[in-house]
Design a protein around this ligand. Structure first.
Ligand SMILES: Nc1ncnc2c1ncn2[C@@H]1O[C@H](COP(=O)(O)OP(=O)(O)OP(=O)(O)O)[C@@H](O)[C@H]1O
Length: 299
């Protein structure tokens, strides 16, 4: 069942149409990677899902209920993590989460246990250390604890890894992946490796249109452009090979596209090379990456 549905959603800012009729669904319990270049409309879409931005036409449903601009009952089912969450730095995480829990009406009797569980989930120590001394990665993990405090059915994360270093990013992605049983996650990013690492489904937004929306494996099948990469020990051999194979030359590397299965394609390439007494030092097949798909879809 879809926890999130967008039906022909359009958005204008003045004369500028930012979203041109978005349609997509996110199945419950999945991770949806929402990618697009700067200004594609990712944040605007997320704000509309959160009821923080008006919808000019179309509708957004969360758990079957229509989202309205402003505060509505369905907001309680949605957690939100902005790219750089802001905190009262003088508080420790427990104090901060207590404040959030009270503001969102979590019963007092439940709150302490819930906070302890959430701090454990995001791997933050339960002590008196104040938030202002936290690293960005710790702040982001605390943001997840806060966003999940109310047990939302849907968690929206807007570029959650953009301010993190590679180690912080990797830890944070592992955390998001581990939450799959707890909630459904929609996260936006420019970092295609992040999407490849944890997403079940990928949506590619370009110029206000959702240009692709499928599982990563289906997208790879659909946009497959597998390549064979040959390495030679001299530039001269690579140049001759590139010419006879009608392939791309990159210093001592030769790259060519192929169709169908790898084995017959590679055998044909090797036979052509052997006939000319050319022997590469390595031959590899290169799979289509999300970056290749993104470039093709948005070009
Ligand atoms: N409140 C606003 N008023 C006018 N224009 C806006 C407003 N909010 C967003 N826009 C415009 O809408 C377009 C989409 O912006 P949005 O922030 O949704 O893109 P994005 O995909 O999240 O980009 P980025 O990755 O850079 O954050 C941009 O051209 C932006 O300038």
């Amino acid at each position: 069942m879809a926890i999130l549905e967008l039906h022909d959603v359009k958005k204008y800012f003045g004369d500028k149409q930012v979203l041109n009729g978005l349609n997509f669904e996110v199945p419950e319990g999945s991770i949806f990677g929402f990618v697009g270049e700067n200004d594609a409309g990712k944040t605007t879409t997320m704000k509309m899902i959160l009821g923080l931005e008006t919808i000019d036409s179309g509708e957004i449903l969360v758990d079957g209920q229509r989202v309205h601009y402003g505060n509505s009952a369905i907001n309680r089912e949605i957690g939100y993590l902005p790219d750089v969450p802001e905190y009262y730095g003088y508080m420790n995480p427990t104090e901060y989460l207590k404040l959030c829990g009270r503001l969102t009406g979590i019963p007092k009797g439940e709150l302490s246990d819930r906070i302890t569980k959430m701090l454990k989930t995001v791997d933050l120590p339960i002590n008196k250390r104040r938030i202002h001394g936290f690293s960005r990665g710790m702040k982001q993990r605390l943001g997840i604890a806060q966003a999940l405090l109310n047990r939302p059915r849907l968690l929206i994360c807007d570029e959650p890894t953009s301010a993190l270093d590679p180690i912080g990013r990797s830890e944070f992605l592992s955390l998001l992946a581990s939450l799959r049983d707890e909630t459904t996650i929609v996260f936006s990013t420019h970092i295609l490796n992040d999407v490849e690492r944890i997403s079940d489904h990928v949506g590619i937004l370009h110029a206000g249109f959702l240009k692709a929306n499928d599982s990563l494996s289906n997208l790879k099948e659909q946009y497959a452009k597998p390549q064979i990469v040959l390495k030679f020990n001299s530039s001269t051999s690579a140049q001759i090979a590139a010419k006879v194979l009608d392939a791309i030359l990159n210093d001592k590397q030769v790259i060519l596209n192929y169709l169908g299965d790898y084995q017959p394609a590679a055998e044909k390439v090797m036979q052509t090379l052997l006939d000319r007494h050319l022997m590469p030092v390595s031959i590899n097949s290169l799979e289509t990456s999300l970056e290749d798909i993104f470039m093709e879809v948005t070009s």
